[in-house]
Every structure is written in C-alpha cells, then in structure tokens.
Design a protein around this ligand. Structure first.
Ligand SMILES: [Fe+2]
Length: 301
C-alpha cells in the first residue's frame, strides 16, 4: 500500500485546560471543544488534526494514516488480512468520531493503535492561528510522530513491508537505533527508536514499547519558530531541547514539554525527499544545538 500522509493523532489527557492554553498560545493551533469535553486542534483547512480525549492518564491513543480513497482502503484491508494482521473495520460511531468516510485499524508490534482512513473532512471556515502561525501540511501531511519500539526489526518490517513506508535514514544513539521513514516528500512522517545493540536483552526490557517521544509540527518560516521559542522562555512551556539543526532532515527546531509530559518539536526548513532514495546512517541527530537546557542551581522547573 502507498499511504498518502500522516492525517491525525489522538491523545488521552487529564490536562485538557493546560493543553488548550499550550496549543493555542504556544503552538498557535486553533482549538475547539468536542461533544465529550475533549479538544480538537486545527492546523490547516482540515476540521481537526489532533484530538485530546479527557481521561485520567497521559498517553498516546492512536495515529491516523491517510489513503486517497475507498478503493485504496479496501485494498489495504485485504493486504493486511492476507498478511495475517487482525484488521478491525470502524463502526458508524467511530467514523463519526474521527469524521472520516472509511477507516480500519490494526495494532503495530508495540501495541500502538494504527488507524488507516480516507475521506477526512475539510472545514468551511478558514484556519486562523491565534499566534499567526502557518503550518506546513498539504501533501506532506501533519508533521511526524516518534515512538519507542520494543523489537526494532519487527517494527521495521511492519511499517515497511506491510504499510509501505520507505527508509530515509538511520541514527545510532548509544544502545538505541532510530529509523526515520517516509511515505511522501516529508523527510520522515514516522520514526521509531529501539534497542538493537544488545542481543542479551529480553523483550520489554529497558523500554516502554509504543511510548511517544515527541510529535513534530512544521511552520513556514524561521521567525515563527523564534517567536514560539520566546513564548516558551517567557513561561509558556518548559524548553526540553534548545534550538538546533537536525543532521538528517536539516530542520531548525526546538522541543518543548507538553502538558502531558512528552515533547513537541517545533521547526522549519526541513529538506524534502523523493524516491528512489537511498538511506544512510548517522552517529548523532543534530549538527548543533538541541541540548537539554542548563537550569539555574536550585531551579526545579
Ligand atoms: Fe522530530
């Protein structure tokens, strides 16, 4: 199958009010309240891109990958079933909740709920960012998501052989290897990190499978990144990683800590990729920057 793009993702959180302030005033997303008291965040002409569901936990709930239409979705369901993957077809309620025309869902090797859909709704009203941000979406979809993988090789096979992702590059970080995968011209819509360098390791050891490291939002100029960085420094959110330039996609970005505890990368200036593309391997993630900030002595924030 050939997925078009990252369409959406959903989170469960007990911190809806904090998320609303963070999403609107730090990230520049437009928030609306849904029927169940959760939040829907807009980044472009789509009715929503990120859903926040009220819960008593902080966790990643699902990720939605987009296909062009119903024929492609039927083929995808058949391909996955033929490969022995348990495929669930959405009922009317789930279709209404996601606001899509067709949807199936499967579980990846880490327990991440992977939704594959077509027919997202576009909003009739224009997207207006509270901070004036303009997000790079369109054919490249919504940024990227990065997970922990328990079994690197099984996760790699699942996303490349079954879901059709192609490798952009790899990065070795100590005992961890990170795979960066693309499904359109965005350098990576998905990345995952697994402990591959220790043959003695048992499954589930030293890693929380399916845990979200961060998601990324790309804006259309450097100043928008800088303004958001300033808003974090002024108390909007803790900086998780300082401004820096990634070695692989060349994105200039910083990372802020979200109200749920995981991070969001906010950047501009990434390269795009075109197939055929040959993946390479790097020994680090950044050319400069992306450091844990030094906090004044005695500071706990
Ligand atoms: Fe990233």
């Amino acid at each position: 199958m050939q997925l078009s793009a990252l369409g959406y993702f959903g989170l469960r959180t007990a911190r809806i009010a904090e998320w609303r302030t963070f999403a609107e005033h730090v990230l520049g997303l437009a928030a609306t309240t849904d029927d169940a008291g959760g939040l829907r965040l807009r980044a472009d002409d789509r009715a929503w891109r990120i859903a926040l569901h009220e819960a008593d936990t902080e966790e990643f709930a699902y990720v939605g990958w987009e296909l062009p239409g119903p024929t492609e979705l039927a083929s995808a369901a058949a391909e996955l079933a033929a490969a022995g993957v348990a495929v669930t077809h959405a009922d009317e309620q789930l279709l209404r909740e996601r606001d899509v025309l067709g949807l199936i869902h499967v579980e990846d090797p880490n327990g991440v709920r992977v939704e594959i859909f077509h027919g997202a709704r576009t909003a009739i009203t224009a997207f207006v960012s509270p901070t004036g941000a303009r997000f790079v979406t369109g054919d490249q979809g919504l940024g990227h998501v990065v997970f922990n993988a328990d079994d690197f090789d099984a996760t790699y096979r699942f996303y490349t052989e079954l879901l059709g992702f192609r490798p952009s590059d790899f990065c070795d970080l100590g005992r961890k290897r990170v795979a960066f995968l693309h499904t359109n011209s965005r350098h990576h819509s998905l990345a995952f990190a697994g402990l591959v360098l220790d043959p003695q390791r048992k499954p589930g050891q030293d890693i929380d499978p399916g845990e979200l490291f961060h998601f990324m939002l790309e804006v259309d100029d450097y100043d928008t990144v800088g303004y958001a960085y300033d808003r974090c420094l002024a108390g909007g959110a803790p900086i998780a990683l300082t401004l820096g330039r990634h070695a692989n996609d060349r994105m200039l970005s910083f990372y802020a800590r979200t109200p749920s505890g995981f991070e969001v990368e906010y950047g501009h200036g990434a390269i795009t990729v075109a197939d055929p593309w040959t993946a390479t391997r790097a020994a680090g993630t950044s050319l400069w920057g992306h450091r844990r900030p030094v906090r004044p002595e005695g500071s706990t924030s």
